[in-house]
Design a protein around this ligand. Structure first.
Ligand SMILES: Nc1nc2c(ncn2[C@@H]2O[C@H](COP(=O)(O)OP(=O)(O)OP(=O)(O)O)[C@@H](O)[C@H]2O)c(=O)[nH]1
Length: 262
């Protein structure tokens, strides 16, 4: 599969602004410039309306990053979010970083989510560090069939504390939950960890009321309608940025979400 190859290699520059992919995804500026929405504007929810790469106008824009160990399913999640398709089968590890845009319509408000897919492999860590600072939300993934990916969440949290914005919205996702016969991380363990994440983010975050960590148990049961869950995520972002986190528990579009509470 060619899904992760060329673009990632190219966009492995140490600065997010140096990525040629940003030109393709950039909306207003010339590629690579600091003034591009990806570098600055997306990190600001009050940014004036803009035009997405597909020519769609949007009112608000958010930058989201997918992080977690190699193989937990970050790219699959992104592809499914963007195209509604699940990439089963062969696994090609991401090289560097890549992004995709999607504009959602929420009660008449057009929200552009720019989702960055990072390489989980250790050797690309220095590349991805540079991207944390502009992200408004982080989706931290582990694989419920891989205990190590779960154990490593703590190390990811340390990294997040070091490089992300203090008021970043954090979400913990236990992925591959449909592979029940291979599950080694119990749902309860995930919930417990989500609470740890939350309390750690509270310690770290001076705007603790805006911080959120919760557990999403992902079930890839094709065909997937992903409208609900993506809308749900955008609502979370809006809530957290506008008025502090409201908390949410629900099920939608193949994803079960459990708010950790605070
Ligand atoms: N059963 C199942 N397999 C999945 C799921 N998500 C991803 N996979 C498989 O897991 C493997 C790794 O998925 P990727 O999305 O490439 O993993 P990644 O986290 O992007 O990995 P890196 O690019 O190395 O960081 C692939 O073979 C996928 O088909 C899922 O929800 N269920």
């Amino acid at each position: 599969m060619s899904r992760k190859k060329a673009a990632k290699g190219k966009s492995s520059a140490s600065s997010p602004c140096a990525s040629p992919r940003r030109k393709a995804g950039g909306k207003r500026g010339k590629g690579g410039s600091r003034s591009e929405p990806q570098a600055n504007g997306l990190a600001h929810p009050c940014r004036p309306p803009g035009l997405s790469s597909s020519g769609e106008f949007y009112d608000l824009a958010f930058k989201v990053m997918l992080v977690g160990d190699s193989g937990v399913g970050k790219t699959c999640l992104l592809v499914r979010f963007k195209d509604g398709a699940f990439l089963a089968g062969s696994f090609i590890s991401t090289v560097g970083i890549d992004f995709r845009n999607k504009v959602l319509n929420l009660d008449g408000v057009k929200i552009k989510l720019q989702i960055w897919d990072t390489a989980g492999q250790e050797r690309f860590r220095s590349v991805t560090h540079a991207y944390y600072r502009d992200a408004q939300a982080l989706l931290l993934l582990y694989d419920v069939t891989n205990k190590k990916s779960f154990d490593n969440i703590q190390a990811w949290l340390t990294e997040i504390h070091e490089y992300a914005q203090q008021d970043v919205v954090l979400m913990l996702l236990g992925n591959k939950a449909e592979v029940t016969h291979e599950r080694v991380v119990k749902r309860e363990e995930g919930e417990k960890l989500a609470k740890v994440c939350l309390s750690e983010m509270h310690t770290y975050n001076k705007h603790a009321h805006k911080t959120h960590a919760d557990l999403c148990v992902q079930t890839y049961t094709p065909p997937l309608a992903n409208t609900q869950e993506t809308n749900w995520f955008a609502i979370k972002l809006m809530q957290s940025k506008k008025s502090g986190w409201q908390g949410y528990t629900g099920v939608g579009g193949g994803m079960t979400t459990i708010s950790a509470g605070w």
